[in-house]
Design a protein around this ligand. Structure first.
Ligand SMILES: [Mg+2]
Length: 252
């Protein structure tokens, strides 16, 4: 069963099937539809089971790689999977191992307070706590996006933190870990090593993961370009699991 082959994505029909793949999947906007608030995402009931079966089909080489804290990922996907949270700052290399989390700085409390003050002045702006930083969401108050950017960009200047653009959000996080470093770390794990990394994501930070996968001889697919929607991706994952497997992809 570990010879599972990935069929071409629906919007990339010329892509050759990928045998011996290691799958890296972003969560928000990729596996699940974006919600108005980060805590309001809806996880389709079949998704955790689908990922578990895919993981088995890929010999363990499947990881969810997200900007969310690990506890969020465990809450929304309460199944034993390899996961990377906080943009690679926290990594659980194997489903039953403890998460690896190298020590990282946290931003000064004054920064959070300034972000909260901005949120109070602009109803709809939300401050999301992250393990090593925070995100300011302006999906419900788009007019405050530029203001939030100006404030946060000034704060992180000449600091060990960086400002990251997400979809309708700005995130302050430490420099260093990234979805790219998460891919590189996971590809060293026994279940992943020697496989073809395939990274699927929808956002700016996913580009780093895609670049890392390509640098390791693999592929990076933008959700919009390859699948269109999270629902289409989930359909493709189910299809990959159900497809008759080609004898050209030998088990390890
Ligand atoms: Mg995303």
């Amino acid at each position: 069963m570990s010879g599972l082959t990935l069929p071409p994505p629906p919007l990339l029909p010329d892509q050759a099937p990928v045998g011996r793949a290691a799958l890296f999947l972003d969560f928000d906007g990729t596996l699940v539809e974006i919600a108005a608030r980060p805590d309001a995402v809806q996880v389709p009931p079949g998704l955790p089971g689908l990922l578990t079966r895919l993981q088995a089909g890929l010999g363990g080489a499947l990881a969810v790689v997200s900007g969310r804290p690990m506890q969020d990922l465990d809450h929304f996907l309460p199944v034993p999977l390899a996961k990377a949270g906080d943009h690679g700052a926290t990594i659980r290399v194997q489903p039953h191992l403890a998460a690896e989390a190298p020590p990282l700085p946290v931003p000064p409390e004054a920064w959070r307070l300034q972000a909260m003050a901005l949120a109070q002045a602009h109803p709809g702006v939300l401050v999301e706590e992250k393990t090593h930083g925070f995100a300011v969401h302006y999906r419900l108050a788009p007019e405050a996006g530029a203001l939030a950017h100006a404030l946060l960009a000034a704060l992180v200047l000449d600091s060990p933190f960086q400002l990251l653009a997400a979809r309708m959000a700005w995130e302050v996080r430490p420099r260093g870990p990234s979805k790219a470093s998460a891919v590189r770390r996971l590809m060293q794990a026994p279940a992943f090593a020697g496989r073809v990394p395939v990274f699927i994501g929808d956002d700016v930070t996913d580009e780093e993961g895609m670049d890392a996968a390509r640098a390791l001889g693999g592929l990076g697919w933008q959700l919009q370009d390859a699948f269109g929607t999270p629902a289409a991706l989930r359909g493709w994952l189910a299809q990959a699991l159900a497809a008759p497997q080609s004898p050209a992809s030998p088990a390890p």
